[in-house]
Design a protein around this ligand. Structure first.
Ligand code: GNR
Ligand code: NI
Length: 166
């Protein structure tokens, strides 16, 4: 297992679109293990491959208190959704920044598991929000992209200043 480096906003690589995984093989399993370890160590409740500079459609999520409910998804897709939910979000790629974001309240997701088997999952609450946040990363979107341009400019300034000081 290995810890991976997390890209920090406003790194332009966070805005690239990830490619579908063609075959769920040993390389993908290893990547999922390393991503999970990186997420738990951060600590975070989710991580998407583009955050660790891998442009492939893979996410890991664990919203449990006990950190024993890992959900890994390869090529996840939202197949249906309804309702609206607003919640405060944060992101491992934008440390120290939190903001309200509007998402779908209920989603149905189709994905492949670590063995390559297709499954579907209904998610709401924090799990639903987290999965939408992670799928956004696969599409090159970071939660700050939903904020006003003024807020985005302030966040970029804050992040660039923090980078200069580190
Ligand atoms: O750890 C995380 N917490 C979180 C809180 C509210 C909404 C979404 C998230 S996901 C985030 C980890 C992360 O950046 N995943 O991409
Ligand atoms: Ni994030």
């Amino acid at each position: 297992m290995a810890l991976l480096d997390i890209l920090i906003y406003p790194d332009q690589r966070l805005h690239k679109i990830a490619k579908p995984v063609e075959k769920v093989d040993e390389r993908i399993k290893k990547l999922i293990e390393d991503m999970s370890e990186t997420m738990y160590q951060a600590p975070g409740i989710g991580l998407a491959a583009p955050q660790v500079n891998v442009l492939e459609r893979i996410i890991v999520v664990d919203i449990s208190e006990s950190k024993d409910s890992l959900l890994s998804m390869v090529n996840p897709e939202i197949v249906s959704s309804n309702g609206l939910a607003e919640h405060e979000e944060g992101c491992l790629s934008v440390p120290g920044v939190y903001a309200q974001v509007q998402r779908c309240e209920n989603i149905r997701v189709r994905a492949q598991d670590r063995e390559g088997n297709v499954f579907e999952l209904d998610a709401k609450g924090m799990l639903g929000i987290c999965i939408q946040h992670e799928i956004d990363h696969l599409d090159g979107k970071v939660f700050v992209d939903y904020l006003s341009h003024l807020k985005q400019a302030r966040i970029r300034k804050k992040m660039q200043k923090a980078l200069r000081l580190s």
